[in-house]
Design a protein around this ligand. Structure first.
Ligand code: AMP
Ligand code: MG
Length: 349
């Protein structure tokens, strides 16, 4: 199939293109589109065949449920059995935005969309192209990240094209995704609610609105053998082709250790990659160095993480060392993705 690519301008979103894309979704086809988190691979969430096409296009295991995207808060009540009062308060504060909530589903939502679960994950994105597309498609768009399963999520239309060209009907190009990491996921079907995936809406931000929240143990202690409650969190993810290790310690110790390891690796004939920041990049004497941006602006680091992981796949490095990041605000979400990409290989210095 030939994939149509349509560029959209946020200052003047072209209704004709949105309607064309909406029609593809209504007919059971697939359209990738920008959201404020990462690009999504959309299909009609209420059409079981569309979900099956999504799993096939991504090469995603079909027990890994899809997030249903809506454009109007009222539509939530059409697909779930109940909305707890705490979820209503989170909706008030964080929708539209990068927060996904899990509810008991009703019979409107096919089991293919939820990977056989009796719960459904729902999000209302703030991105205006996403919102217009969801409305044009009839209100309910199932959309996982628009990448081939296992690869880093996509933050530009070019990345989507790299992974999905020829497998989907259309890509809407809205430029670079501003957050760059997938949404926070919080399970509202239990009490207290449980964070299943960290993201730009942090634990502290939600606790300020609804009080105590738990964090899924599989996120805190990934080696504990605890099965994650979000099925997708159990799969290897984001992995670059080269071996990636995260180096943890004070900034000075990390720079010294990476320089030392890079020298040893090069002596053995290996090509080395380094994930650094604007403040530290010039301190590395060898290797291919890519910066994630300014360390003091965690949002910038988050926005570039997946892009840099993909950039390394276009090089011939054999191993990559990455600096690590503060565990504040969006820091836990950055570290969650980075550690997953590294298969939890950490070097403490
Ligand atoms: P992605 O669409 O790539 O951002 O991945 C969606 C994530 O949401 C995966 O980790 C899924 O396992 C998780 N998810 C979706 N629906 C549910 C659900 N009903 N219960 C638990 N996790 C879910
Ligand atoms: Mg994904």
């Amino acid at each position: 199939m030939e994939t149509q690519i349509r560029r959209l301008d946020y200052d003047k979103i072209d209704d004709n293109i949105i309607n064309e894309a909406g029609q593809i979704l209504r007919n059971g086809g697939l359209v990738a589109f920008p959201t404020e988190t990462v690009y999504g691979l959309g299909g009609d969430a209420l059409n079981p065949e569309s979900s099956e096409k999504i799993y096939a296009a991504k090469g995603r295991p079909s027990d890994n449920p899809l997030i249903v995207h809506i454009a109007d808060k009222k539509d939530l009540y059409r697909i779930v059995r109940e909305v707890p009062e705490k979820a209503e308060r989170l909706m008030e504060s964080f929708w539209p935005g990068p927060l996904t909530m899990i509810f008991y589903k009703n019979e409107q939502v096919p089991e293919t969309t939820t990977g056989g679960l009796d719960t459904v994950a729902v999000r209302m994105p703030s991105d205006r192209i996403a919102s217009a597309l969801i409305k044009a498609a009839g209100g309910f768009v199932a959309a996982p990240s628009a990448n081939v399963s296992g690869r880093p999520s996509t933050t530009t239309a070019a990345h989507v094209e790299e992974d999905l060209n020829g497998r989907i009907e259309m890509i809407l190009d809205g430029g670079q995704a501003v957050i760059g990491l997938e949404s926070t996921i919080v399970d509202m079907s239990t009490e207290p609610p449980v964070i299943l995936r960290p993201g730009a809406v942090t634990k502290e931000m939600m606790e300020a609105v609804i009080g105590n929240l738990e964090v899924d143990k599989a996120i805190i202690a990934p080696d504990s053998g605890v099965k994650p409650k979000a099925p997708g969190m159990k799969y290897r993810h984001y992995a670059p082709r080269a071996d990636l290790a995260v180096v943890e310690g004070t900034t000075e110790a990390v720079i010294a250790a990476i320089n030392r390891m890079a020298e040893q690796d090069e002596e053995q004939g290996k090509k080395v990659g380094i994930i650094a920041t604007d403040e530290t990049a010039a301190r590395y004497a060898r290797g291919t160095v890519f910066s994630l941006g300014e360390r003091k602006h965690e949002e910038e680091i988050a926005m570039h993480l997946f892009e840099v992981l993909r950039d390394f796949d276009d090089t011939d490095v054999d191993c990559i060392y990455s600096e690590s990041f503060e565990e504040a605000s969006i820091g836990p979400a950055i570290m969650n993705r980075l550690l997953k990409a590294a298969g939890h290989k950490v070097i403490h210095v």
